[in-house]
Write a protein that binds this ligand. Structure first.
Ligand SMILES: *[C@@H]1O[C@H](CO)[C@@H](O)[C@H](O)[C@H]1NC(C)=O
Ligand SMILES: *[C@@H]1O[C@H](CO)[C@@H](O)[C@H](O)[C@H]1NC(C)=O
Ligand SMILES: *[C@@H]1O[C@H](CO)[C@@H](O)[C@H](O)[C@H]1NC(C)=O
Length: 531
C-alpha cells in the first residue's frame, strides 16, 4: 500500500516536471521528502537472455583520423591502461566521416614497431601538443557537422597501424568501418579502395572485422547520394565475396549497416537489407535526446529512458520477421545526438542513461551495445580531452568487472518509476557460481529502501554505490564520481584504483541513496540459473 501511494506521487512529479527547469521539488503539499520502500520480485532459476561477453563495447569516431596525427593519441599510456581494463569488448572505428575516408597508402613507409605492446611510446610534449590541438580541431569538426558539409579525408597506413596496435594491445576486437559512399556510375559500390586497404591489412596480418557504411539512411542529407536497401544488400554481398577470397578475412565478421533511429522509412531500409543480405548482424543507432536542446530533467526522466524499449522492440520485431535469429546490436549509442550535451553527457547524471541502456538493452534482447565514444569527438566520451576518465568510464569499468552475460528477471512489486532495476548473474571472473548482481538506480532525491525476498535475504552483499562527489542536485553535473564515498581516480598512468565493494552481512534489505546508481552483488544467492 505504501509503495502504491508513492508510485502515484512520484509519477505525478515527473509528469509535471517535464517542461520546467529542474528544481527537484514536487508540487507544494505533496510530500516527496519521505523515503521510499520497495519489495523485489525475482526469478533465480531462469536465464531470460544471454548477451555477448563483449556486450559493453566502445567506439572511436572516425573524426579522430580527420587529421591523421591525432591517431597518435592512441599511444598514450593512460588511454591504454583505461582501455585494457574494459576488455573483452569490440572497438568500432567509424561514424559519419567513415564514408568520406579514402585510403591513400604512402610508399615511403617507415618500418614499423615489432608489434610489442610495451614499446609503444608517445613523448610527454607530443601528447600535450596533440591534446591542445585536438581541442581546437574539434571546433572545425563541430562546424562541419552543423553545416553537414564533409570533405574527403585521406588516410594512410598510419591510421590502421595505430588502430591495430591500440586494439590488440588493449585486448579489444577491432571493427573497421569502410566507406560505402564510393560509388560507380550505376550507383553500385566501388570496392577498389576497400580492396587496397584489405590487401594492406592482410599483408600486416591484422586481425579485424569489417563494417560497410554508416547510417545509409542519411546519405542523401550528407552527400546527396541515395542508396536504397536493395543496393546496399548487393554491396554487402560484394564485400562478403571479397572477404571470402582472402585467407585471413575469409571468416572475418562483417557487421552493419548502422541504421539510424528507426523511423518508418528506415525500418523499410532495414527490411530490404535483411532480405538482400543475410550473412551477418544488423545494427542500429540510438540516442535518447538532441544534445542541443536537452535538460537535466531528461536525463532523470523514466519516460525518456523507456523510449529505448519502444525503438528497440520495433527493430527486433522487424528482424525477427525477416531474418529470425539474427543478432541486433546498438552499433553507436549514447545519451544525446549531435555530439552529446555539454555538461550533461560528460557528467555524473549521464550514468543514469548509460546504466539503464545497458540494463534494459540486455533485457530486451540486444546482443552488443557500443558506446559512442571511448575518446574523441563531442562531449559523450568516456575519457575526456585531457585523457582523464569521466564518471561513465568508471561505471563501465564496474559493469565489466561485476556483470555476467546471463540476464535474469527482476521487478519491484510496486513498479516504482523512480527506481530502476536489472538482474544478471555476477561475472564469473570476479564471483563464484550462483552469485547474482542487481543493477540499480535511484532517479529521485530521496533514499529508497528495498526489502529483499527470502531467496537472497540471507546473502552477504558486496555493495557498489556510485554517487557524485557533491550531494544534491548540483552534484548531478559533476565530472567526478565516488564509489562508496571514495573519489575515483587513477593512481598513476599505469594503475587503476582498487574497485572492491563494501561487503555487508545479510540484513534483509538494501538502501539506494538519492541520485545514485550502482551494483549489489549477492554472493550466496545460489541462483540455479548462474551455476
Ligand atoms: C572505382 O574507383 C577507382 C578509383 O577511384 C577507379 O579507378 C575505377 O575506375 C572505379 N571503378 C569503376 C567501375 O568505376
Ligand atoms: C518477468 O517477471 C514479470 C513480473 O514478475 C513477469 O510478468 C514476466 O512474465 C517475467 N518474464 C519472464 C520471461 O520470466
Ligand atoms: C534465512 O535465515 C532465516 C533466519 O536465520 C531462516 O529462518 C530462513 O530459512 C533463511 N532463508 C533461506 C532462504 O535460507
Amino acid at each position: 500500500m505504501y509503495s502504491t501511494l508513492f508510485f502515484l506521487l512520484t509519477f505525478f512529479s515527473y509528469r509535471t516536471g517535464g517542461n520546467r527547469p529542474f528544481n527537484g521539488r514536487g508540487p507544494v503539499g505533496l510530500d516527496l521528502d519521505l523515503d521510499l520502500d520497495l519489495d523485489l520480485d525475482l526469478d533465480l532459476s531462469t536465464v531470460v537472455r544471454r548477451v555477448d561477453p563483449r556486450f559493453l563495447s566502445v567506439t572511436i569516431d572516425a573524426s579522430l583520423a580527420s587529421q591523421e596525427r591525432f591517431m597518435l593519441l592512441l599511444r598514450s599510456q593512460r588511454i591504454r591502461t583505461l582501455t585494457k581494463a574494459l576488455s573483452p569488448a569490440f572497438l568500432r572505428f567509424g561514424g559519419t566521416r567513415q564514408d568520406f575516408m579514402v585510403f591513400s597508402p604512402q610508399s615511403s613507409q617507415q618500418p614499423d614497431a615489432d608489434g610489442s605492446c610495451s614499446r609503444v611510446e608517445l613523448s610527454w610534449w607530443l601528447e600535450q601538443k596533440l591534446k591542445e590541438d585536438w581541442i581546437q580541431h574539434q571546433l572545425i569538426l563541430l562546424k562541419e557537422d552543423q553545416q553537414k558539409q564533409y570533405h574527403r579525408i585521406q588516410f594512410t597506413e598510419l591510421t590502421v597501424d595505430e588502430l591495430n596496435s591500440f586494439s590488440s594491445c588493449s585486448g579489444l576486437d577491432l571493427i573497421f568501418g569502410l566507406n560505402a559512399l564510393l560509388r560507380n556510375t550505376d550507383n553500385s559500390w566501388n570496392s577498389s579502395n576497400a580492396r587496397s586497404l584489405l590487401q594492406y591489412c592482410e599483408s600486416k596480418q591484422y586481425k579485424m572485422s569489417w563494417e560497410l557504411g554508416n547510417e545509409p539512411n542519411s546519405y542523401e542529407k550528407k552527400a546527396g547520394i541515395r542508396v536504397d536497401g536493395y543496393q546496399l544488400g548487393l554491396d554487402f554481398s560484394h564485400l562478403r565475396k571479397i572477404l571470402s577470397e582472402s585467407k585471413l578475412y575469409r571468416d572475418a565478421g562483417l557487421y552493419g549497416p548502422d541504421v539510424g533511429q528507426p523511423h518508418s522509412h528506415r525500418v523499410d531500409l532495414l527490411k530490404s537489407l535483411l532480405h538482400a543480405w543475410t550473412h551477418s548482424i544488423s545494427m542500429s543507432v540510438s540516442y535518447y535526446v538532441n544534445g542541443r536542446d536537452t535538460s537535466l530533467d531528461d536525463f532523470l526522466d523514466p519516460e525518456v529512458l523507456d523510449t529505448l524499449a519502444v525503438k528497440t522492440n520495433e527493430v527486433l520485431e522487424k528482424v525477427e520477421q525477416e531474418s529470425p535469429g539474427k543478432a541486433v546490436w546498438l552499433g553507436e549509442t549514447s545519451s544525446a545526438y549531435g555530439g552529446g550535451a555539454l555538461g550533461l553527457s560528460d557528467t555524473f547524471v549521464s550514468g543514469f542513461m548509460w546504466l539503464d541502456k545497458l540494463g534494459l538493452g540486455a533485457r530486451l534482447g540486444l546482443e552488443v551495445v557500443m558506446r559512442q565514444v571511448l575518446l574523441g569527438s563531442g562531449s559523450y566520451h568516456l575519457i575526456d580531452d585531457n585523457l582523464d576518465p569521466l564518471p561513465d568510464y568508471w561505471l563501465s569499468l564496474l559493469y565489466k568487472k561485476l556483470v555476467g552475460p546471463e540476464v535474469l528477471n527482476v521487478s519491484d512489486s510496486g513498479r516504482n518509476k523512480r527506481v530502476r532495476l536489472y538482474l544478471h548473474c555476477a561475472n564469473r571472473k570476479s564471483y563464484a557460481r550462483g552469485a547474482v548482481v542487481l543493477l540499480w538506480m535511484n532517479l529521485g532525491r530521496k533514499l529508497a529502501r528495498i526489502s529483499l525476498p527470502d531467496l537472497i535475504a540471507n546473502s552477504t552483499v558486496d555493495t557498489f554505490v556510485l554517487q557524485s562527489d557533491q550531494l544534491g542536485e548540483e552534484g548531478l553535473e559533476s565530472r567526478s564520481v565516488q564509489l562508496n564515498g571514495v573519489l575515483l581516480k587513477m593512481v598513476d598512468d599505469k594503475t587503476l584504483p582498487d574497485l572492491s565493494g563494501a561487503r555487508l552481512p545479510a540484513a534483509g534489505h538494501v538502501k539506494l541513496p538519492a541520485y545514485s546508481l550502482g551494483f549489489f552483488v549477492f554472493l550466496e544467492a545460489r541462483a540455479s540459473a548462474c551455476s
